[in-house]
Design a protein around this ligand. Structure first.
Ligand SMILES: Nc1nc2c(ncn2[C@@H]2O[C@H](COP(=O)(O)OP(=O)(O)OP(=O)(O)O)[C@@H](O)[C@H]2O)c(=O)[nH]1
Ligand SMILES: [Mg+2]
Ligand SMILES: [Zn+2]
Length: 308
């Protein structure tokens, strides 16, 4: 039998069969997935072959090749990787510029990871009801102009607004969508609003970010009553990057990818080389300074921890 993993909690996997039946499964034998060293061999979104045993529980024998996946590399000493989810059509990065504030550094690292794994991303600026009348809204608009200019769709939403809800439903209908972002930005709240049949646990605003408490603790995939799947994830606090060659990093910044062949040297790293088209574009303001700063931070191997 074949099904899709909708939840994994340590050694047990919840598998959805035919979009209807839930089977608790464990893994048989050892899984070795080429080139990925991760703490979890099977992730939410993986398609698996399994057999049901006499006690009604399943045993997973094999896993289908992944269309894509997104990995979080922990930045502690163990350097372990964790596959957040597999086989997505898109990711929605949920961002708030206050309560809690998401930094450009975090957004840019997430976008880089998604570019590297070929996952289309749109950026959702949530909680705009809180900023309607203050300076944060100008911040939101500045962020939006930076990201729209380089090809990312951006939307302003609020969980208490019906039109936002309709918009999110139309973006997610009939697709498999990953919801990602810091803890407390409102991922679970938005999902609950999009589909009244879902009742995900939501954190109190003060607890969610002042104590760094994660309300959602495991990634979990939910079937949407209007068609499609949504993957709710625990807030990402740290986003270490998967190993990449220094030369390839600018290829995952779309605005750098577009002009990097114009640099004088074809192995240009856009740091301080002469006649570098990227540096010239930053100086002219064609590339946002915040994006170039993120690029420099990544090139320097800086890790990033969210302010929680
Ligand atoms: N004012 C306002 N509050 C919101 C909005 N969206 C979410 N919240 C509040 O933000 C808090 C955190 O929401 P959650 O949905 O638990 O956040 P989360 O992103 O799922 O957090 P984790 O599960 O910890 O990753 C809750 O108190 C929500 O009520 C919004 O649009 N406006
Ligand atoms: Mg949550
Ligand atoms: Zn260059």
């Amino acid at each position: 039998m074949k099904g899709v993993v909708i939840k994994s909690t340590g050694s047990w996997y919840t598998v959805l069969l035919n979009g209807k039946t839930i089977v608790d499964c464990r893994i048989k034998g050892l899984f070795r997935i080429k080139e990925i060293k991760s703490t979890n061999p099977i992730a939410v979104g993986d398609w698996v072959d399994f057999e049901i045993e006499e006690d009604g529980r399943g045993v997973i024998h094999s896993i289908d090749e992944r269309k894509n996946y997104i990995i979080r590399k922990s930045i502690n000493l163990s350097k372990q990787s964790h596959i957040i989810a597999a086989n997505m059509d898109q990711a929605l990065l949920i961002v708030t510029l206050a309560m809690p504030r998401t930094s450009t550094g975090f957004i840019d690292r997430f976008l880089l990871t998604a570019e590297a794994y070929h996952i289309p991303v749109s950026i959702i600026f949530n909680k705009i009801d809180l900023f309607e009348e203050d300076d944060v809204m100008k911040d939101v608009d500045d962020f939006i102009s930076v990201y729209e200019r380089i090809g990312y769709k951006c939307y302003k939403v609020s969980a208490i607004d019906n039109r936002s809800c309709d918009l999110l439903m139309s973006l997610t209908k009939d697709k498999t969508t990953l919801f990602s972002g810091h803890s407390g930005v409102g991922k679970s709240t938005l999902i609950n609003r999009m589909d009244a049949n879902l009742d995900l646990k939501v954190g109190a605003i003060s607890e969610a970010h002042s104590k760094g408490k994660h309300t959602t603790t495991f990634a979990e995939m939910h079937q949407l009553s209007y068609g499609g799947y949504i993957i709710d994830t625990p807030g990402i606090k740290e986003l270490g990057l998967v190993d990449m060659e220094k030369e390839e990093i600018s290829a995952y910044f779309p605005e750098m990818r577009a002009i990097r062949h114009q640099c004088k040297f074809n192995n240009c790293l856009h740091l301080n080389e002469p006649k570098c088209a990227v540096i010239a574009a930053v100086e002219k303001g064609d590339i946002a300074a915040s994006r170039y700063n993120s690029y420099l931070g990544i090139m320097n191997g800086e890790e990033l921890i969210a302010p929680l």
